[in-house]
Unconditional design. Sequence first.
Length: 124
Amino acid sequence: MTFKTKSAAIAMAAFLVTTNVYAQEAAPTQQVAPATQNIDQKTLNQFTKAYSAVVSIQQHFNAQLNTVTDEQKAQAVRIQAQEKMIEAVEESGLSVKQYGEIIAMLEQDPKLRQQVFGGQESVR
């Protein structure tokens, strides 16, 4: 894996880890299986909007990372990408915690994944 590819992978992984950390921080003591949780259509629409924005931001910043050769500059680009992704999620009407919870549900529930992505996308 090249430096540029690795940097792009790290940027998205950092965002996903952050969302998963937020999702786990306030996890209730009573665990409910993700597949049994219902998500209303409004929340799904918000998630779809946020996910599209996150993917677009990721692509934009991956292109920037492809031109960076200095590790400090690459780190600055990754931080900026993460900030933009968080902003996009919050602008959709979801919290980062909610976004992370939905990502976790999508990873566990093929039917929900099909409903959201129509079989054309994976979660990561």
